[in-house]
Design a binder for this molecule. Structure first.
Ligand SMILES: [Zn+2]
Length: 457
């Protein structure tokens, strides 16, 4: 039987280990593991090597796996095969960091009271290190569970090698459940766990009606204008003012949020004011908080990211362009099938303007998480234990490709125990994490591991 899992004992552990935690976070933050920048490839590798040595110094066995892209790291605190195995997923690569808005050096770890500054502190190195401290505690205090770590270094570039890599090592990585710590609460006042992620289906619309620019005085009126035609087509696909998608059948598989989910959304601490401030919006399509949440988390979108074609320089150049392109994508929600969306969008465009060529790219299905069952209850219990309040289950508007890969390949459910806050600045300048989230996070993870162990295999 495990003991040592009271809130007081875990508080004492965190207090005792705070400077060790800060030292470890400093080391990993100061390795600029920017996965998108080819010249940082060596740094990304160095982060993986450091992660292996760190896991080993914590008493785990650990191994670096090369992939076609950046490596992945797998670490294990194995206790006994008769106990369940839980795998913690984090990523150790980071977004690029430059620009005048940074008030400190992004790759120099800085502290400001309880705040930790630097690229990667909240996304996702701080939560990764927090989970590691929680795991070591649970391991050393006899939690009846095997704890594995799966650390990716390509998350910020869409995990291109991840699925192949875990498939090739599926036996070594086999696990009974996965817990992902890479998500953001809605506000500090209350823990939040995503119960679903939106998917994505990208499109490119291309229309060519001529060979070269032509004079609008000599040909205008008779010549087809591809920019105008694409604008007309887009207006037939989506209502620009409301965002309502007009393609027949587009919404037919959308699962609306349940009553319980809507109740959770109402309690999650979301405000329109904060949302507008965080995103620097001057106005929104709707101003009701619940309506905004439904739109960003539980509804699909049809978004035009850019239209290219014709003259873009200063003044007026009176040409009729020969071709135009629109880059479009749809965020998808459960149970929408990306392939079906491609089919109906292509058929709709063909009917409206048969000369437009549609190509589909970047397919990622939506993810429907679980909010019931013993693991979800363990998340609830651990969050309440650590932070004093039960978490609300909300949805995330974005996508984490690795989540679907793990569910598919490892054939296990995936749960979320995120620690980041909106004010931590995911992907933004002056990214930060803080000690209260780390302290609570260590307790939450330790308690979660204990609870999962007691669920038996
Ligand atoms: Zn992340």
């Amino acid at each position: 039987m495990s003991s040592g899992f009271t809130r007081e004992e875990l508080k004492a552990y965190a207090r005792d280990k705070r400077s060790e935690y800060e030292g470890v976070l400093k080391k990993i933050v100061e390795i600029p593991s920017v996965s998108v920048e080819p010249e940082r490839k060596g740094d990304v590798h160095r982060a993986a090597e450091y992660a292996v040595s760190l896991l080993q110094s914590f008493g785990a066995t650990a191994k670096l796996y090369e992939t076609k892209g950046h490596p992945i790291v797998h670490g294990r605190f194995d206790r006994d095969p008769k106990y369940p195995t839980v795998t913690v997923y984090n990523h150790l690569d980071v977004q690029p960091a430059e620009g005048p808005d940074w008030q400190t050096e992004p790759f120099v770890f800085a502290t400001d009271g309880d705040r930790y500054l630097g690229r990667g502190t909240t996304d996702d190195k701080g939560p990764a290190m927090t989970a590691l401290f929680g795991a070591r505690y649970a391991y050393e205090h006899g939690a009846p569970v095997n704890i594995h770590f799966l650390w990716e270094l390509e998350e910020e570039i869409g995990s291109p090698s991840f699925e192949t890599a875990i498939r090739a090592n599926a036996k070594e990585f086999s696990t009974d459940s996965v817990v992902v710590s890479d998500t953001v609460w809605v506000s500090r006042a209350r823990p939040a766990c995503p119960a679903g992620l939106r998917g994505l289906q990208g499109f490119r619309f291309e229309l060519q009606t001529g060979e070269t620019d032509q004079h609008s005085g000599t040909a205008g009126g008779a010549a087809r204008n591809p920019v105008t035609e694409l604008c007309a087509l887009i207006a037939e696909c989506v209502d620009g003012k409301t965002g309502r998608i007009k393609i027949p059948g587009f919404y037919s598989d959308v699962v609306p949020p349940s009553k319980k989910e809507l109740e959770d959304l109402k309690k999650c601490g979301f405000t329109v004011k904060d949302f507008k401030r965080d995103h620097l919006f001057r106005s929104l399509r709707v101003n009701d908080a619940l309506e905004v949440m439904k739109r960003i988390w539980t509804m699909p979108t049809f978004e035009v990211h850019g239209i290219a074609g014709g003259y873009q320089g200063p003044g007026v150049k009176t040409i009729i362009p020969p071709k135009a392109t629109a880059i479009v994508s749809c965020r998808l929600v459960p149970d929408m099938d990306p392939k079906k969306i491609v089919r109906i969008v292509k058929a709709f465009v063909k009917k409206k303007n048969p000369d437009v060529v549609v190509s589909a790219e970047h397919e990622l299905p939506a993810y429907q998480g679980k909010t019931t069952g013993p693991h979800a209850d363990a998340i609830r219990g651990a969050m309440k234990f650590a932070f004093g309040k039960e978490p609300v289950f909300v949805r995330e508007g974005g996508s984490i490709g690795a989540v679907l890969s793990m569910e598919r390949v490892l054939k296990t459910p995936v749960y979320f125990l995120g620690l980041s806050l909106p004010e931590h600045g995911y992907h933004a300048p002056n990214e930060n994490f803080d000690w209260p989230q780390a302290e609570g996070g260590m307790a939450a993870f330790a308690d979660y591991f204990r609870r999962v162990g007691e669920l038996k295999k």
